[in-house]
Design a protein around this ligand. Structure first.
Ligand SMILES: Nc1ncnc2c1ncn2[C@@H]1O[C@H](COP(=O)(O)OP(=O)(O)OP(=O)(O)O)[C@@H](O)[C@H]1O
Length: 359
């Protein structure tokens, strides 16, 4: 998967820019705030139909303007794919593939396999379980459309069930039959999502550990632990035993929407007990494992976006990344960095073709 051309209009601070890109390495350099991350984010937008950094779509329109366009032309195994994402203030965002608008964003996900490594990944450690569930869902969804559809359906039913519980409380009423309809659907989708998450983590955790050991050496015991209420009881048992509680709370307190992924070092939470360097290594290993997993599943090398990576990495880790590029593990990569010379020095060592865009 290669991005050949990229054009931006009014995307964040960039009024208008066109890039003809190298098939291997592309670097965007310049001072703080010139828009290096914005270019990487625009590429992310083409793959996921949203910004990696700002989920409120309208806030990605350049201040004072009323629309943005991100336009990219990819090459994938001999075919050309033109993806155009645009948003006009007050309207729905549009994503077009070769001139044809998608009805649903979910139809687009997976077409452009892509992994972003960014300082913002620290959210995965510091934020709540939702961020980590989204990480799992994002990785699985890139190669499994059924999973994504089941997840969308599951979330819809949770909302409907919650509305029904509220209705019961508000009207001082209760109807077991209508609740049962939702319970059955929750179980169907929830059990399938749970099974996929179990299968995914069985495959993913060894890949992750391998990546971590390559970056940090073998002397640290790190682990990812999948935490789910469904490990202990069936979905049906959980819903039954928590019915009273759900009616009081007026929402569904059990299910796969409560799952978490624990990040551990020597069996302790890395958030509290990991050094900054260990936390960074953990996150990079997680993202490189995501890269490996998607590559295995999709049989194409995902595009890799490295945002501000050299600032955040010590020499050992930079060398590791460079070695990977030399090993031909990676496909096309995009790098943002403040120092043009430092970037050039690193990418020269890879013996790959490259382009440096000074912003
Ligand atoms: N909607 C918007 N309209 C205009 N400017 C915006 C908008 N959203 C963000 N910006 C600005 O875009 C600029 C570019 O940000 P970006 O993160 O791309 O910079 P950068 O070159 O990666 O900087 P750094 O080296 O600090 O990481 C910032 O000044 C930011 O405030």
């Amino acid at each position: 998967m290669i991005l050949n051309k990229l054009s931006l209009i009014n995307y964040k601070n960039i009024a208008s820019k066109d890039f003809l890109l190298d098939a291997n390495i592309n670097c965007f350099t310049g001072n703080n705030g010139v828009g290096k991350t914005t270019v990487l984010d625009a590429i992310y937008y083409l793959a996921f139909g949203k910004s990696y950094f700002n989920p409120i779509a309208s806030q990605n329109i350049k201040h004072g303007e009323d629309f943005f366009v991100v336009d990219g032309t990819f090459h994938k195994q001999g075919t050309e794919e033109r993806i155009v994402c645009s948003l006009k203030k007050g309207q729905k965002k549009s994503i077009k593939r070769n001139g044809k608008a998608y009805d649903k964003l979910s139809e687009h996900l997976g077409l452009i396999p892509l992994v972003m490594i960014s300082p913002a990944d620290s959210d995965l450690i510091v934020e709540g379980s939702e961020t980590r569930r989204k990480f799992i869902d994002n990785v699985i969804s890139q190669s499994n459309h059924t999973y994504l559809h089941n997840l969308i359906s599951y979330n819809k039913i949770v909302s409907q069930r919650n509305a029904l519980l509220k209705y019961f409380a508000l009207n001082n009423t209760y109807d077991a039959t209508s609740l049962q309809v939702y319970n059955e659907q929750l179980q169907t989708y929830g059990n399938s999502i749970y099974a996929e998450r179990v299968a995914f983590l069985n495959e993913f955790i060894p890949i992750f550990k391998n990546r971590y050991n390559l970056i940090a050496g073998n002397n640290e015991q790190i682990n990812l632990v999948y935490d789910s209420q469904l490990h202990e009881a069936t979905f049906e048992e959980l819903l039954d035993s928590n019915l009273k509680k759900d009616r009081v709370l007026q929402y569904t307190s059990v299910g796969i929407h409560k799952d978490d992924l624990k990040f551990e070092i020597d069996t302790f939470p890395i958030k509290k007990f990991g050094s900054q360097g260990q936390q960074k290594s953990f996150l990079i290993a997680l993202k490189l494992a995501q890269f490996d997993f998607i590559k295995n599943r999709a049989q194409v090398k995902p595009i890799l976006l490295l945002d501000d990576i050299f600032d955040k990495l010590d020499e050992h880790r930079v060398t590791h990344i460079v070695q990977l590029v030399n090993d031909d593990t990676f496909g096309q990569i995009f790098i943002s960095d403040t120092h043009t010379e430092r970037t050039e020095e690193v990418v020269k060592k890879t013996n790959q073709s490259y382009q440096i865009f000074k912003l």
